[in-house]
Design a protein around this ligand. Structure first.
Ligand SMILES: NC(=O)c1ccc[n+]([C@@H]2O[C@H](COP(=O)([O-])OP(=O)(O)OC[C@H]3O[C@@H](n4cnc5c(N)ncnc54)[C@H](OP(=O)(O)O)[C@@H]3O)[C@@H](O)[C@H]2O)c1
Length: 210
């Protein structure tokens, strides 16, 4: 906490990111809440999460949700009116992504369903989706029968198989033939997250010049 407070005070530091998960003896919420919200480029401070929920663009948006919106925008996929099903409700991916995609002010205007470990009839819900975003951390969790023909599938998961190779939450080889668009792992969302981190860092620097 002392180190974070020292970085908050240093004018030459524009961005502070606490790499999660932290060891269990460190209070994650307390560490995040100690970051100066104007340097919180991961967008996890309650001030930035609150602004995101309210649709106030002056805060920092968590990098993975921002990267997914940038991906959709780049490929001219408009979520307006689409049924987006998100699997996973973490503070870093699922929750902020749901808030962004449903928003009027951000111009997304999607209809959003959020799935978590207590959800029932999951296959019924995923099959209804025009856009499926999977962020649960279970390799090859999304199988082909769970996907509607022509759906757009975004795979956030980063898992290791037994080799160990990096694999996503989506059974890519079997799901891809049904999709209009699908993101690969590795590639896809991961590099977008890093790009958005740089974007937020440059924004923080520019804000400090004002
Ligand atoms: N590509 C990137 O840049 C990037 C960025 C962040 C994370 N990730 C990856 O994305 C994955 C998710 O990360 P996270 O931090 O969001 O995960 P997390 O904090 O572990 O949350 C996982 C979520 O998935 C839900 N879930 C778990 N098993 C489920 C099941 N069988 N059915 C339905 N829901 C289930 C959990 O439900 P409950 O809430 O009920 O427990 C929870 O909401 C991980 O593989 C992580 O490495 C990638």
């Amino acid at each position: 906490l002392e180190h974070i407070r020292a970085l908050n005070q240093r004018p030459a530091v524009d961005a502070i990111l606490v790499q999660l998960p932290l060891p269990p003896h460190i209070d994650t919420d307390r560490a995040i809440q100690t970051i100066d919200p104007t340097k919180d480029v991961d967008g996890l401070h309650p001030i930035n999460q609150g602004k995101l929920l309210l649709g106030d663009p002056s805060g920092f948006c968590p990098c993975t949700p921002a990267g997914i919106l940038a991906l959709l925008s780049h490929y001219k996929i408009d979520p307006q009116g689409k049924h987006v099903v998100i699997a996973g409700r973490s503070n870093i991916v699922g929750k902020p992504l749901a808030a962004l995609l449903m928003q009027k002010r951000a111009g997304c205007n999607a209809t959003v369903t959020l799935i978590h470990s207590a959800s029932t009839h999951i296959e019924h819900l995923t099959k209804e989706a025009d856009i499926l975003i999977i962020a649960i951390g279970k390799r090859h969790w999304l199988k082909a029968p769970m996907v509607k023909e022509g759906a757009i599938v975004i795979d956030v998961g980063i898992n290791q198989d037994e080799k160990p190779n990096i694999v996503g939450d989506v059974d890519f080889d079997n799901v891809a033939p049904k999709c209009a668009w699908i993101t690969p792992v590795p590639g896809g969302v991961g590099p977008m997250t890093i790009a958005m981190l740089m974007h937020n860092t440059v924004r923080s620097y520019e804000n400090r010049l004002l």
